[in-house]
Design a protein around this ligand. Structure first.
Ligand SMILES: Nc1ncnc2c1ncn2[C@@H]1O[C@H](COP(=O)(O)OP(=O)(O)O)[C@@H](O)[C@H]1O
Ligand SMILES: [Mg+2]
Length: 329
């Protein structure tokens, strides 16, 4: 089998809940929201892919479609070779769906009882379920709390339980929808390490992870799909996306109390990009990074009696890249 996930021209339109004005102006017309717009990509086995986009970008819709929880309007999607619209039991057995919706657990039951219940839906033998629970909770660091009631769990513990629930039947392909939502930075970091090094690198699972968090996508440091309004804006590793974004590395040069004539001269220098907001006494100018031009700019500014307080190279962050694709909107 060539790819873990193959998506071809996937489109999903939802019927839109009309506003009062829309009811008045178009009483009989059906309005649609396009959650996914002709999305296509392939994901090889054993890889981690980060689905990055702001709220409403279509991340959950894509994951739910790949898990056969909703039907696409048009296009195709294959997970482990199974057509997602066939709703095959085999397909469901090979995928894990990690959503950290707390309401999907039974609050009065212990973590263990919850896991036993959800695993029984896969018709796994009891002995195997119990063995797997011990194995996974030990591995994820939840052994001590596993027999306590779910309602007493912290957000981090709930998140971990949700991950264990998604892994109980040992799926090959795991879908995670915002797994670090509501985790503190430390717990989120641990979770990212766990996904990267344990689930993907060590156990060879394929993971499709949705996040609206740029830092998370950057930390996971694998391939990224940048999704905006249901469309793929960019796809690839960070360096590939960097090239597509044409988001250049720059030099920032800061001056203190420059002569009033100096800014106009600096703006005319080759490679000048923009002036950045700073304090009253400090001015910051950004230049396109070209070989050796930092020393040239500094030499010129010093010659004009400018007082340079700092000069540093600035590599674009995912945030900068995101802005070049979708703007500030
Ligand atoms: N069941 C639904 N009915 C109507 N619109 C929906 C439904 N689910 C999602 N949408 C719309 O589809 C778009 C994408 O939503 P979603 O996939 O949840 O985005 P994300 O997970 O990236 O925040 C949004 O505009 C959302 O309002
Ligand atoms: Mg979502």
């Amino acid at each position: 089998m060539e790819h873990a996930i193959r998506v071809i021209g996937l489109t999903k339109k939802f019927l839109k809940q009309k506003s009062n004005a829309e009811y008045f102006l178009q009483p009989f017309q059906k309005l649609y929201v396009t959650a996914l717009d002709n999305v296509s990509f392939d994901l090889p086995h054993g890889e981690l892919l980060c689905l990055l986009g702001e709220n409403g970008a279509g991340k959950s819709t894509l994951i739910k479609t790949l898990c056969s929880l909703i039907w696409p309007t048009s296009g195709y999607a294959f997970v482990n070779g199974f057509n997602v619209t066939r709703n095959d039991v085999q397909h469901r057995r090979q995928i894990g769906y990690v959503i950290c919706d707390e309401r999907s657990f039974y609050w009065r039951l212990s973590g263990r009882r919850n896991l036993q219940f959800f695993a029984s839906l896969y018709k796994l033998p009891t002995e195997r379920i119990n063995r797997r629970i011990d194995e996974l909770v030990e591995w994820i660091g939840l052994s001590e709390a596993i027999d306590q009631r779910f309602k007493g769990y912290s957000s981090g513990m709930r998140q971990k339980l949700a991950i264990v629930r998604g892994l109980m039947h040992d799926p090959d392909i795991i879908f995670m929808d915002e797994p670090s939502k509501s985790l503190d930075p430390n717990a989120a970091h641990n979770l990212q390490e766990l996904i990267k090094y344990e689930i993907v690198a060590k156990h060879g699972k394929t993971v499709l992870l949705a996040t609206h968090n740029l830092q998370e996508a950057e930390a996971l440091n694998h391939r990224i799909i940048l999704l905006h309004k249901g469309k793929i804006q960019a796809f690839g590793t960070m360096p590939e996306i960097l090239t597509q974004s044409k988001c250049d590395s720059t030099y920032v040069i800061k001056l203190t109390n420059p002569h009033p004539d100096l800014p106009a001269k600096i703006v005319a220098l080759p490679g000048y990009l923009r002036q950045r907001p700073e304090t009253n006494s400090i001015l910051a100018f950004e230049f396109n990074m070209m070989p050796h031009n930092a020393s040239e700019i500094i030499r010129q500014v010093v010659e004009w009696d400018g007082s340079v307080v700092s000069c540093y190279a600035q590599v674009p962050t995912l945030q900068d890249i995101y802005r070049t694709f979708i703007g500030d909107s």
